[in-house]
Write a protein that binds this ligand. Structure first.
Ligand code: ADP
Ligand code: MG
Length: 144
């Protein structure tokens, strides 16, 4: 199995409800290690860029409004099959369809305000991590 990195976001609803710690605890208990993390309040341009893949969808403007409504906690998680594992821990996009015990079942309040984001593939993970973190912040350099 491959050691991967993935981008995780605790969305503004999750931060506002005080669930950063609860969500990170689920990652840590399930073998995903935090390699970088910070609280960041997106502006509209950054939110539009991040979700550009959805720009033709009817929910796009509402999604952007939501993502700039308060700070997010963005982090990079690392572990075996981290991308798939994170998505399993998050559960389905719509919390009504999410399995019991998943982050979205526990903390999401609807299909839009669904508490967390997680990258969906190796390539998108790379691009999404680079939206928020530099090599220095990822500790990707020779320390000796
Ligand atoms: P996921 O976050 O599970 O990868 P998508 O990439 O399909 O889901 O959608 C990105 C985000 O857009 C979702 O997490 C959710 O916040 C929002 N979203 C998706 N579908 C809808 C919808 N039908 N109505 C409102 N918001 C939606
Ligand atoms: Mg997605």
């Amino acid at each position: 199995m491959a050691i991967e990195r993935t981008l995780s976001i605790v969305k503004p609803d999750g931060v506002a409800a005080g669930n950063i710690g609860n969500i990170l605890a689920i990652f840590e208990k399930n073998g995903l290690k935090l390699v970088a993390g910070k609280l960041i309040w997106l502006n509209r341009q950054k939110a539009r860029e991040f979700y550009a893949v959805h720009k033709e969808r009817p929910f796009f403007n509402s999604l952007v409004d939501f993502m700039v409504s308060g700070p997010c906690f963005v982090s990079v998680l690392e572990g075996e099959n981290a991308i798939k594992k994170n998505r399993e821990l998050m559960g389905a996009t719509d919390p009504a369809k999410a399995d019991a015990g998943t982050i979205r079942k526990l903390y999401a309040t609807g299909i839009e305000k669904n508490a967390v984001h997680g990258s969906d593939a190796v390539e998108t993970a790379k691009v999404e991590i680079s939206h928020f973190f530099s090599g220095l912040e990822l500790n990707d350099y020779e320390r000796s």
